[in-house]
Design a protein around this ligand. Structure first.
Ligand code: G1P
Length: 275
């Protein structure tokens, strides 16, 4: 069983300004819930009971969302609106929320490395909440990945085929397809130019990582953009055949882009809500 899910949420969300000037991008609503709540729901649905936000200053709204708001509770008591808070209250009861400050914006690998004190020496999940994943017909994407980790005992990254001209936005893998949708990763490159991309299989924001990744992150030099990249640390596991790339069942929306955000909103409104 994987206990902890790490949420790197310290980023400034500059792609979505001015909406994210005072509101963390993870708090933007998709229909009636903030993005980060979908992520925490997915982690809990995958059996995880500890959430670890890697957060930055000025983004306390994320922690506040998973805390009580007594003034609000008092204000709506007896009004019939209490059920609107039931979902998030249930989540708060189902998992322990931890928060660590990432003191410097040194990249995704560095952010994940900051979770070591909470994660310890067991495998753990990572969700980048601006990638919203929905699977209407079965287990959540992270739950599918936990099942694969149990079979293979190594790190698992979620992958998706993207148009060739989009590979420069992602970590890109190459590997042997051992069974449909399951790749033994042999190469990973962070945000390659089209001509350098080893395939069009892009990593999206879901990972299961084995705990040796922490030492590998510590030994990783800054890479693309001068940042410590999780892709580079994972490449060291991949060189030993210890990373699985998984083409998941379900849909993923890049809610860090306007197009993905609008599509996610329409999809969730049509499929997840009784109207
Ligand atoms: C990060 C990772 C990248 C991955 C992407 C998925 O990039 O560095 O490998 O493909 O998340 O969303 P970011 O989007 O934070 O620049």
């Amino acid at each position: 069983m994987i206990e902890t899910c790490v949420f790197p949420v310290a980023g400034l969300g500059t792609r979505f300004l001015p909406a994210t000037k005072a509101v963390p991008k993870e708090m933007l609503p998709v229909v009636d819930k903030p993005l980060v709540q979908y992520g925490v729901e997915e982690a809990v649905a995958a059996g995880m009971s500890k959430v670890c936000f890697i957060n930055g200053r000025h983004k306390q709204a994320i922690e506040n969302h998973f805390d009580r708001n007594v003034e609000l509770e008092n204000a709506i008591a007896g009004s019939g609106k209490e059920p609107l808070l039931e979902g998030v209250n249930r989540l708060m009861a189902e998992c322990a929320i931890n928060s660590i400050r990432q003191l410097q914006a040194k990249g995704l690998g560095h952010a994940i490395g900051c979770s070591r004190a909470v994660v310890g020496d067991k495998p753990f999940g990572v969700i980048l909440p601006d990638d919203l994943c929905v699977n209407l017909d079965g287990p959540s994407v992270l739950a599918q990945m936990v099942a694969l980790h149990e079979r293979f005992g190594c790190s698992v990254v979620a992958i998706e085929e993207v148009p060739r001209d989009q590979v420069c936005k992602y970590g890109v893998i190459a590997g042997d397809e051992e069974e449909p949708g399951v790749f033994r990763v042999s190469n990973m490159v962070e945000k390659p130019a089209v001509e350098d991309a080893p395939s069009n299989l892009a990593i999206i924001g879901r990972y299961i990582l084995t705990a040796d990744i922490f030492d590998l992150i510590d030994a990783t030099e800054p890479g693309k953009g001068g940042e410590i990249q999780i892709t580079d640390a994972l490449m060291k596991q991949a060189a030993e055949g210890r990373v699985i790339g998984y083409r998941f069942q379900g849909q993923r929306f890049d809610c860090g882009s306007m197009d993905g955000y609008v599509k996610a909103t329409n999809f969730c409104y049509q499929n997840l809500y009784d109207r």
